[in-house]
Design a protein around this ligand. Sequence first.
Ligand code: HEC
Length: 239
Amino acid sequence: MLGVIVGTFIGFLIEGGFPYFGPKLYDKRIAEGYIGVLAQVNDDVLFARTKQSLTDHGAQHLQEMEVRRYRDPRLAILAGLLVVGGAFALFTLLIFYDVISLPWWPDQMKESLVVAPLQGPRYPAPEGSVPIQGVAVVNNQPLTAPLPGTEDSIQRGEVLFSLHCAHCHMIAGEELTPVGAKFAVPPPAMTSDRVAGRTAESIFVTITQGRGLMLPLAENLYPDERWDVANYVLSLNAD
Ligand code: HEC
């Protein structure tokens, strides 16, 4: 990218005719409104006639200038830039691909930690962090402590329930949802005998591992969210 940008910049300079080493053709009087006529003639007779003709037509100022042959150095400059730039690019590539190694050149590729596929993380999780994937239940006991059943938690649980559970489970009543009706063992209503009287832990375990025909929802809800839903279900049965 850098090469393209620099190349474009240099290209503009060359295209614009910079730098210019030829004879200076600029005359201040042109800017003042005079008209400049440039005639290049190669033989003496023609030269005299041109001069005469210009004077006859009222030329105010005649200036003779010898045409000096000069080599346009722009191509040489361009070639020089290309050689220098190419050498620089080659040099950096050789360094980056470790063909040449300089002791003071930082090699971040070598220093960075590489984690291969299926390899565990190199750094342990910070203390007190809640696992959001992997095992959440051991011996039918949740690995994280229940969240207190605050109003906030219950409110979050209500929203999560409507997203993740309500298409199968009714909150109350015998009627089944269209999805729930498909199950051989219907999903119980949340205030039914089967759910009422359960602990937050057992609801957490049910959500995490599934039970019977209910599939595990561990991938759908983070542990904290499962506790929120459990708190919500408990609150439904509280009164
Ligand atoms: C795909 C439909 C479906 C979804 C979604 C679903 N369930 Fe269930 N659930 C069932 C079925 C079916 C059963 C009955 C399973 C059985 O007894 O075989 C059940 C059973 C239960 C039970 C009773 C388990 C027991 O051991 O008595 C609870 C509690 C429960 N679900 C809670 C939830 C919660 C909370 C959610 C949302 C996070 C949820 N379910 C999402 C279908 C679902």
